[in-house]
Design a protein around this ligand. Structure first.
Ligand code: ARG
Length: 544
């Protein structure tokens, strides 16, 4: 199904030869869409714009879609859709189980998101990644793609040397720790490492033992992972996101692949030995990527190369998304460039870093707890739930995360976010709940809902109908641009149009056939709101 504006554009372009660039009309008296194509054409043709506009509207074959077009001002073309056309399009949204979202996307999309670190609590950055990744997973699945989430948890690295050593030094029973306890342990180990040279040496030795598969060391390492996973699971459950254990693919998963990655890098000539380290130089980067350090250890970059290679070869990704903070932009650009050079990332596979900004406190600095510590995910959700019931608190937090352009930092203003007015998650939930209430009343009073939208006499109804027909394109657009805020703005606009509709168009008190049609329109709006919120990962309660 092509959208109405697309159909109109094609008809006009058949006459003009150039894209009419239809824009939604700025005022209802201008109709539904406007085009400045005649002004642009007039320049190249050297004719008066109004004359060109007149010719375009006479020649374009629009009669089955529009009222007769008007030429306005210096030569704008104003288009008003016929209400029967609009009603049919709204009915299509009403009767389509997908509300106009086209399935049929056939790509395999790997999405790397959440990725917290073992023995540390999830912080605000991981919260953002989890919420954004969850939304993109839902959107791309709705578009018919196969999404493979990959939770690249930080479960390997030198820090485990000192963690294990500290556990042994204290004689600690790891099984009795929770994630917060593990984080305390982390702090003690760090302090110990800095203060005690012998401990530091032992920690470095312990890293070697871990890497060579020493049983006792591995057993403690696994315990640390288990308690961390329990904490992560609890956080995901609390957030209501789709991630499960099946999506776990932590850094350690790639250990066995690293020698093969190195061999391939050497064979292809992509990597060279530089001062004892194995590095890859790529053009446009001021520093090479260090694949293997002088001491033989592998770091974050090597693991990411191995992960990318796996995603292409074994998961058969057509597209790979990395939902990770904008501060890692250099890292990912370099990983992608090296992977292309090494042949791990063929030209037809797209790799995209979906970077996001920081969450700021009211002081404009990185969000902190009241005592100045880093803000944990749990602290933040606790604070939100102090102000509102759980589904509303979650909606507030998620919507705030998704409704800005992702790369922008945003100020975490809980008092504003939980309001049911303004551009907030709870406002959209409320719009949905109010519609549900209206439809419940209609049913209780025995009013039938028409199976199709039959009348759209009022401008407020037309605006709603027109917005409904755009839902599918907006979702497609988010799947391409990976900018959930476009869906947020759309739903906000729809809710705003709904308020205007309530003011101008009585529903239950109208004549029988008007009422039945308006109830159909309301049903379609309710469905689109519910589906749209679901794509954002936000619950749509039927009562509030
Ligand atoms: N664990 C990392 C962090 O907390 C994020 C990992 C992101 N994913 C990746 N493939 N590097 O910063």
């Amino acid at each position: 199904m092509s959208s109405l504006p697309q159909a109109l554009s094609r008809r006009i372009e058949a006459v003009t030869g150039i894209d009419p660039e239809l824009r939604p009309a700025t005022k209802p008296q201008f109709g539904h869409f406007q085009s400045n194509v005649a002004l642009r054409l007039a320049k190249t043709e050297g004719r008066p714009p109004r004359e060109v506009a007149q010719r375009v509207v006479e020649q374009a074959d629009l009669g089955d879609l529009c009222e007769p077009p008007e030429v306005a001002g210096p030569g704008f073309i104003n288009l008003r859709l016929r209400t029967d056309v609009l009603a049919r399009a709204a009915t299509e949204v009403l009767t389509d189980p997908a509300s106009g979202v086209p399935g049929g996307g056939g790509e395999t999309v790997v999405i790397d998101y959440s990725a917290p670190n073992v023995a540390k609590q999830m912080h605000v950055g991981h919260l953002r990644s989890t919420i954004i990744g969850d939304c993109l997973t839902r959107v791309l699945r709705a578009l018919g793609h196969t999404v493979v989430p990959q939770n690249h948890i930080g479960d390997w690295g030198r820090q485990f040397g000192m963690l294990v050593e500290q556990i042994l030094a204290e004689g600690l029973d790891v099984a009795g720790l929770d994630l917060a306890g593990a984080e305390e342990l982390y702090r003690r180990a760090n302090a110990h490492f800095a203060a005690d040279e012998a401990f530091a040496d032992a920690s470095r030795q312990r890293v070697v033992l871990l890497q060579s598969g020493d049983e006792q060391t591995l057993a403690i390492w696994r315990q640390l992972i288990d308690i961390s996973l329990a904490g992560f699971r609890a956080a995901y459950e609390r957030l209501g996101v789709l991630l499960t254990d099946a999506d776990l693919a932590g850094e350690s998963t790639y250990n066995d692949d690293l020698p093969a990655v190195v061999a391939e890098l050497e064979e292809s000539g992509a990597a060279v030995v530089d001062d004892g380290a194995l590095v890859v130089f790529v053009e446009g980067f001021n520093a090479p990527m260090i694949v293997r350090k002088r001491d033989g250890g592998f770091g974050y970059s090597a693991t990411d190369l191995a992960a990318l290679r796996h995603r292409v070869r074994d998961l058969h990704a057509d597209r790979i998304l990395y939902v990770v903070g904008a501060e890692q932009t250099f890292h990912f650009n370099q990983v992608f460039a090296v992977a292309r050079k090494a042949g791990f990332l063929p030209a037809e596979v797209r790799a995209e870093h979906v970077g996001y900004g920081m969450v700021l406190g009211s002081d404009g600095k990185r969000l902190r707890t009241r005592d100045g510590g880093t803000m944990k995910l749990a602290d933040l959700l606790d604070a939100a739930e102090e102000r509102a019931a759980r589904p509303i608190a979650l909606a507030a937090v998620k919507y705030a995360d998704l409704s800005n352009s992702l790369v922008k930092d945003y100020v975490f203003d809980l008092d504003r976010m939980v309001q049911t007015t303004g551009d907030t998650g709870p406002y959209l939930q409320y719009a949905h709940a109010r519609l549900c209430q209206l439809l419940r009343r209609a049913e209780a009073e025995g009013h039938p809902v028409s199976p199709s939208v039959t009348r759209l006499d009022e401008p407020a109804e037309q605006t709603l109908a027109l917005l409904l027909t755009r839902f599918g394109e907006v979702v497609v657009e988010v799947g391409t641009s990976l900018q959930p805020h476009r869906l947020c703005s759309y739903l906000y606009e729809l809710s705003g149009a709904l308020s205007v509709f309530y003011e101008q168009c009585p529903v239950l008190k109208s004549e029988e056939d008007v009422r039945a049609s308006r109830l159909a329109l309301c049903t379609a709006v309710r469905d689109v709101l519910a589906r749209g919120l679901d794509l954002l990962g936000i619950e749509a309660p039927e009562r509030m």
